[in-house]
Write a protein that binds this ligand. Sequence first.
Ligand code: CA
Length: 487
Amino acid sequence: MSKVSWSRWMFFMMLIFVLALAACGDGDTAEEESPEESDTATEEESTDESEDATEEESTEESTEESEDATEEESTEESEDATEESDDEGAEESTDADEESESAESEPRVTDFEPAFPEQTRAPEVETEAELDVEVVVEGLGVSWGMEEFDTDRILVTQRDSAELLIVDLEDGSVSDPIEGTPEVNNEDQGGLLDVTIAPDFDESRLVFLTFSEDIEGGTVTSVGKGALSEDEASLEDFEVIFQATPAYDGTLHYGGRIIFDEEDNLFLTTGERSDDPIRERAQDLDAYLGKVIHITQDGEPVDSNPFIEDEDALDGIYSYGHRNIQGVDFHPGTGDLWIVEFGPQAGDELNIIEPGNNYGWPTVSYGIEYTGELVNEGISEHEEQGFVEPRYYWDPTSAPSGMSFYDNDAIPEWENDLFIGGLAPNYIVRVVIEDDTIVGEERLLTEEGERFRDILVTEDGALIAATDGGLIYQITAEGEGTEEDDE
Ligand SMILES: [Ca+2]
């Protein structure tokens, strides 16, 4: 061995030694720092983006920007987390394995333990049927609510312009705005919200709308009704039948979904108006904020409501302790009323609604504040504190919006599954339920990059999804929609 090659050999040996030292150091640091790191990341994400980002869309631009930021950061986080857990040995890699089976691949935002194993991160499932995904309409605004009132023809609300439109799913045509709709406050999350039709629509022609309304003292979530004229050009004799008081000087968390029950009464969902301390009113029975409300078609409390005998409580209240309920539907198998409510940072909840129950917000939550601070004192357990446990929660957020059970057999494997629009992350969530337990989760249309605002299942079994970007998607089993063209 020559002198030159000997010194080269020594040099490489030294290099390897130094690198090995550096690697050990990294490993230790990573292990110690990982909790802190994730806290910091959480705080960073939340402070600026939080409210603007995931949920509160003050302006379209800032929303898009901050969502992108959130996505980028969380992708980086998850890569870091994966690397760390590779280095860290047995305990961590078990966690990683568990997570890889779930539809959720991003790391948790919180350290909370679920009350039961199936309460979060259900195993990933995959639709076997080949699907046709078609954009039927484009160029609309934020389409907040939809209702099929005639075969393949749907009423669609435009949140910001407060227009009510008729969309024909067969030819993609869009009507002129229907006259006679209410004045709304369309700042931030406000505007024309949900739409449904009376069970006797064929005779009464009654259309029910929810919207955010300016009244003395601020804004409220309101319900009104009017009759669709025979020529479908106007809503006649529109009148407000219910206002979810008290008014509040804010423009966030209106809730606003409505659905008819089998007795032809309405369930209305509200929000707790977001800010601290007004949000505390979700726990109060003398306020309609953060509630499920049960009213007749004239806006009167339903006789059987749980607090009708309680002199200190509002008679329309059906359940309470909710944050911002953005989706509602009846389970086709059990007949139970399910809702999805938007959590703070993580902690979005799927709940089964029973009369008189308290769902815990803002006393308990599986999420944390957008600032990264704990909610209340950071109590996640609901049942131990006397509240109803959510059937399921998301951590990190699925940013849930409108939802619909698949009450149809056109795609047999979807029967009785629940579909929920995701705003940020942008996808449709499919939830598989057995005996009120979530046993599977799937994310659909993840590549579209659209914020999915509402979901509708047509009589024919098409899954319709409306987006904030002005699109309406129609999803069918392959061949269903275009059978004649194909053969
Ligand atoms: Ca809760």
